[in-house]
Design a protein around this ligand. Structure first.
Ligand SMILES: Cc1cc2nc3c(=O)[nH]c(=O)nc-3n(C[C@H](O)[C@H](O)[C@H](O)COP(=O)(O)OP(=O)(O)OC[C@H]3O[C@@H](n4cnc5c(N)ncnc54)[C@H](O)[C@@H]3O)c2cc1C
Length: 166
């Protein structure tokens, strides 16, 4: 995955956002630059990534155990999202987490005013974007490319227009 891309056709037959060939080209560049590392063993991969080998081996073993049990008590993933890491070559990258979008946040009304617990608006306080609540609480529909950025900018613009008109 790169950003919100998807490699495989959607359940309804719609084309993926990025074809596999695009990702292969991207990955080739990332391998040449050393961002993606390849190794025949997990220990070797850990060394190439500058990670403690014992800890990475234990993490991979735990992942495989969860896959074999078809149950993930660590991250609560549904069984169909679990996969084993057993077959060489192994690939690794050093990465970190980023906030994609929130499934919770501060509840707002249709004027983007922040709401108190009792549902009444707080005068003068407006919230848009990732801080505003529950837009993606049911699903993150990645067939609608740009939805998160789009609603963030659109709602922000609507608040600005509203304030400019006061
Ligand atoms: C990897 C990735 C891929 C994504 N791909 C897509 C995509 O393809 N399509 C899509 O629509 N959305 C995508 N998103 C989601 C989208 O980027 C976010 O939902 C959107 O940027 C949220 O906008 P925002 O203004 O709420 O927050 P942000 O863009 O996070 O803006 C918050 C700003 O506040 C600043 N800030 C934080 N604290 C303070 C402070 N104390 N004082 C002053 N400033 C502060 C931050 O520096 C930042 O500039 C992606 C997100 C990620 C992480």
């Amino acid at each position: 995955m790169h950003g919100c891309s998807r490699l495989f056709p959607f359940d309804n037959g719609a084309a993926p956002n990025n074809g596999i060939e695009v990702v292969e080209q991207m990955n080739a560049g990332l391998m040449e630059s050393g961002f993606i590392q390849q190794a025949d063993t997990i220990e070797e991969l850990a060394e190439k990534l500058g990670l403690p080998a014992d800890a990475l081996v234990a993490t991979v073993e735990r992942n495989n155990e969860n896959y074999d049990n078809q149950e993930d008590p660590d991250f609560n993933k549904e069984p169909f999202r679990l996969s084993p890491v057993r077959k060489a070559p192994f690939y690794g990258i050093r990465n970190t987490g980023m906030l994609l979008a929130t499934i919770d946040g501060i509840n707002i009304n249709s004027s983007m005013q922040a709401l108190r617990e009792d549902g009444t608006p707080i005068e003068g306080l407006y919230v848009t974007g990732n801080d505003s609540g529950a837009f993606f609480s049911g699903t993150y529909p990645n067939l609608v490319t740009g939805l998160a950025c789009g609603r963030t900018m659109t709602f922000g613009r609507m608040v600005a227009k509203q304030l400019a008109a006061q």
